[in-house]
Write a protein that binds this ligand. Sequence first.
Ligand code: UDP
Length: 441
Amino acid sequence: MSVVVAERLRPRVASQRVERIAMLTVHTSPVATLGSRDAGGLNVHVRELARQFDAIGVDVDIFTRRSDPVTPEIQHISPRARVVTIDAGPPAEVFKDDIFCYLPEFSSEVALFSLRDGVRYDIIHSHYWLSGWAAHLLRRYWNVPVVHTFHTLAHLKNAVAGSSRPESVMRLQVERRLVDIVDTVIAPNPDERAELVWRLGGNNANICTIPPGIDLDLFTPRDAHVARRKLGLPERPLVLFVGRIDAVKGIDTLLDAFAALVRTYAPEESPLLVFVGGSLADNGNGFGDDLQPVVTRAEELGIRDNVLFRGSAPQELLPDYYAAATVGAVPSRYESFGLVAVEAMACGLPVVASRAGGLKFTVDDEVSGLLVHPSDPKALADGLRRIIDNPGLRASMQVGARQTAIRFSWQAIAPAMLNLYERLVEGERGDLCCLGEIYAS
Ligand code: UDP
């Protein structure tokens, strides 16, 4: 990383100008169970960003919509970071697009909370399109800058949707509008920045490239044999998938690729696919509605005995999975960033990932893993086989993987975000920062 960037990213102890941040994540809570249908990278990012700000002396309140009657109004995720659950609409799960009509109620309830609690915020950081609109509505009550992160863009998801349900016209329209009305949009990588400018008509000067960070203390290499014993995994080649059950994750491609891969080995040497994500039922003896179609497809392909379905796992257990595996598979059709790939690499696990979205920037082809064409089972199977069958290549990639991942240390990224907030609070606008250098270093 260049000296100029290192200087810009130098950690600071506390901020005089930004004392309290309001984060909005209306449709999902940062404390939701990860790996379920809608809880993944966004939730992790918001939670970790808040904890990082706490560590440098900044208070954070994360506002989310109540989706059950029992969650307490306030939950601390660290001493200075709280999740505040706001009543808006029914206290039940609501289809995402339908949340839109509750956003006026949500924003006025957030404003009332701040009055009742006697706090004021220096900045709003909204996550996902619904929260971006809620942030826009909140400006009626608070005159503070708004930073917005989309996490996924509807037109990019639709471009790879295939037969699955496309994102709504309403979402497309709101996303287009948001790039004009918030003060700064955060793009996780240079490609998404370009999309925001060229396709959504955003002003280049109002878009900052700041990737999410990774907890490099949690995601760190450890002994593979110990990890396998702990997880009850055999001493066989293990291909690891971690993620939500979502069409964009390319699980169909993975199963087809894995079926082709298994056929090339003698049965006693054939690899196992360890599948982490989705829900188990009946105390682990059955599968939830999201996972069952994946299991059925594995049966159809004749590979059911070679796939271990573990259901979603708490994040604290993932470093063991990453350590235990021989190679990680990230076959997504679209990833805005793709935390799993970087977490795996941080644990020294080479990955075979699609050359798609953020993965193009995070995976260093032939150094920390392999990039293959998305939706191409043969290319994925070939990539997995190359790493499984070639211990020398794998050993060098294990080193390359960790080196590639440490660029995404929170120590670099949280201060960059705080610096952006401070400059916005001071009234600066336009061309405030660009961390594209993180990708180039
Ligand atoms: N994750 C987890 N347990 C699981 C599956 C996923 O903790 O069973 C976490 C994983 O560690 C990562 C996040 O969920 O931090 C998924 O983020 P990613 O960017 O890879 O995918 P997204 O969910 O944003 O599509």
